[in-house]
Write a protein that binds this ligand. Structure first.
Ligand code: CA
Length: 383
């Protein structure tokens, strides 16, 4: 089965109400999608993760100009061979960021294609499912003004709970005093409800402020404290992990086995959070999970992309062993972004549902999704 065509799509939709995380204002939702077609007519879909401030055209241009020449005519089932070839040939200008996100998109599409070829879900090709459903946690709590929004955010927490979420992640990083006020209001609003909280500052602070906030977070029994400092500050991560009882999480801005090796070797994180759409796809995520196991680190994938990235995340979640085994181990959660995303749900024929507190992992071939071509046409822009 040879690769005969690569089609790259950049989708964009302006947000009616822009929102902020600690690094800036998000004005539009974007996705870089890729369709890989084989000479027998089978197709596979992939997505390069586009974070809120990232132009989707970078990954699209990488696919079109740097990766395509290595792909046409290659054996589509050579997922590992192709991954290493793409990584090696882009090393001198890639290794991280959007270039690896582009490789991720191709890799996800090849695994989807392999699933259609072998008529199996991707998790089966990875060795089988440790779980067939996963508890989602609500990602939200973005800012509409920036500061002094604790009351509105407390209402949002109650609304996630009423929508069936018993785990939620709060965006912080708007000043330590503001962050602490938000945490108190949310805890007060949730009262006695059994809700697990995580927090994420998107590396808003340096080590000292991150430590100060972390000490306050110990009051709230949070499941994890995400991206407390910039991804380059591995020593800062390690020191926070030593000083705080709160589990430290990070990795959405880290890439490939090489990047995660540095995090694990330094003892920087309790929980690694590779994003399948930017860590290097299914191939890299599989290897990162294995490396995490060997270092006693848990994995909880990051996902903020469209339905294709969510589907890839679900397949990995199925195939991931728990790191710390016991009779009642802590299971990984699905990141379920609740912020505005005009086309995410329209992109697939059967959008994700939270039913009885879980999302069922698709068991169809490949990613187990059916792309709606009309949605692609409606939101695509020229690249
Ligand atoms: Ca995050």
């Amino acid at each position: 089965m040879k690769i005969s065509a690569i089609d790259t799509y950049v989708l964009k939709s302006a947000l009616e109400t822009p929102f902020a995380f600690s690094q800036g204002w998000v004005h539009q939702r974007c996705a870089t999608l890729v369709k890989v077609t084989a000479d027998n007519g089978l197709t596979g879909w992939g997505e390069a993760f586009t974070q809120g401030l990232e132009p989707p055209e970078i990954a699209a241009a990488t696919i079109e100009h740097a990766l395509r020449p290595h792909l046409i005519g290659a054996d589509a089932l050579d997922t590992s061979v192709i991954w290493h070839q793409l990584y090696h040939t882009t090393r001198d200008y890639g290794r991280k960021g959007s270039v690896v996100a582009a490789i991720s998109a191709i890799d996800i599409a090849l695994w989807d294609l392999a699933g259609h070829y072998y008529e199996q879900p991707i998790y089966q090709l990875l060795g089988g499912a440790h779980r067939h459903s996963v508890q989602p946690y609500a990602t939200g709590f973005y800012r509409l003004q920036g500061k002094d929004e604790a009351d509105r955010l407390a209402e949002e927490a109650v609304s996630h709970y009423n929508n069936g979420f018993t785990a939620m992640k709060i965006k912080l990083g708007f000043g330590v005093a503001d962050d602490i006020a938000v945490m108190h209001k949310i805890a007060e609003a949730l009262g006695d409800h059994q809700v697990e909280l995580m927090v994420d500052t998107n590396h808003a602070y340096g080590y000292r402020e991150a430590l100060q906030l972390g000490r306050e977070l110990e009051l709230f029994n949070v499941r994890w404290y995400e991206e407390p400092v910039v991804p380059e500050d591995i020593n800062g991560y390690r020191q926070l992990r030593e000083k705080l009882d709160v589990p430290i999480a990070g990795g959405e801005n880290e890439h490939t086995i090489y990047g995660f090796r540095s995090l694990f070797a330094a003892g920087a994180v309790d929980i690694a959070q590779p994003d399948i759409g930017s860590c290097g796809g299914i191939t890299a995520a599989r290897d990162i999970v294995a490396m995490a196991q060997a270092h006693g680190v848990s994995v909880n994938p990051h996902v903020w992309g469209s339905a294709v990235a969510q589907a890839a995340s679900l397949q990995l979640l199925a195939a991931m062993p728990v790191t710390h085994h016991n009779l009642f181990p802590q299971q990984p959660l699905l990141e379920f972004d609740c912020s505005s995303h005009p086309f995410r749900n329209e992109l697939i024929a059967n959008p994700w549902q939270v039913t009885d507190g879980v999302v069922v992992i698709p068991s169809g071939h490949g990613l187990g999704i059916d792309i709606v071509p009309e949605t692609i046409e409606k939101y695509r822009t020229n690249i």
